[in-house]
Design a binder for this molecule. Sequence first.
Ligand code: NAP
Length: 248
Amino acid sequence: MDLGLAGRRYVVTAGSRGLGFATAEVLSGEGARVLIAARDARRVEEAVGLLGDGSLGLALDLTQPDAARRLADEVRARWGSLDGLVVNVGGPPPGRALDYSDAAWADAVDGVLLASIRTLREMVPLLEPGSSVLVVLSTTVKEPIPGLGASNVLRPGLAMLVKDLAGELAPGIRVNGILPGRIATARTLALDGPDPRAREAQEGRIPLGRYGDPEEFGRVAAFLLSPAAGYVTGVLVPVDGGLLRSPW
Ligand SMILES: NC(=O)c1ccc[n+]([C@@H]2O[C@H](COP(=O)([O-])OP(=O)(O)OC[C@H]3O[C@@H](n4cnc5c(N)ncnc54)[C@H](OP(=O)(O)O)[C@@H]3O)[C@@H](O)[C@H]2O)c1
């Protein structure tokens, strides 16, 4: 199946490593042009080098109020408009919901909710008809993960934003969410810590019996971003090896 990605232009935020980079790699491998953004300029440069011809990078911190505006300015200057957008942010710190201080909650709201909303507000006007937006969420949209209180509280709000925008931006722009379970990125490995039994315990709860490979996530993301998924909008797609037991 031809995904129809060749020549299309995508922005991937938080795209220098992990899930964002894996998505950028698949898009680029299918002939799309990708602009990735993340904080560490050297890593951005390295990632752009790996993605190859036609890809671009911008060093920015999505928690800063002007980051989304800068990203939109870069797109305007380089490409004029866009065919798709991956809204991905740095993960919130672990903790139990009632243990975060007010300041920690404010940081989490800024880093997860506001960073995503600002990105959408600035980028949506640049999207051509026929574009696709994908918001990287988590299985916490449907089921809390013990010890990830900020994600458990904030991601469901963004899931409803996906549904909201899928209606608001139709019929020209499709908007979907993707729910990684446990994909083997640096963040997941850091959350597990050094004791290998932590990962074994997690894998024991996953029907497919293992963590996902970032590329397995990237392929599903690229499909949802592609014209091949042209009749799919407003859905939340788990990529979790069967971890979520609920059918809804
Ligand atoms: N991996 C999973 O299985 C999983 C499961 C559920 C949810 N998620 C969520 O998916 C997202 C990506 O996770 P990941 O596993 O890919 O993490 P990762 O491997 O740690 O990669 C994070 C990426 O985000 C960038 N980033 C972090 N903070 C940023 C900021 N303030 N501004 C701009 N870029 C920023 C990082 O680059 P710099 O550090 O250079 O900025 C890097 O490119 C997170 O929100 C995470 O909570 C992941």
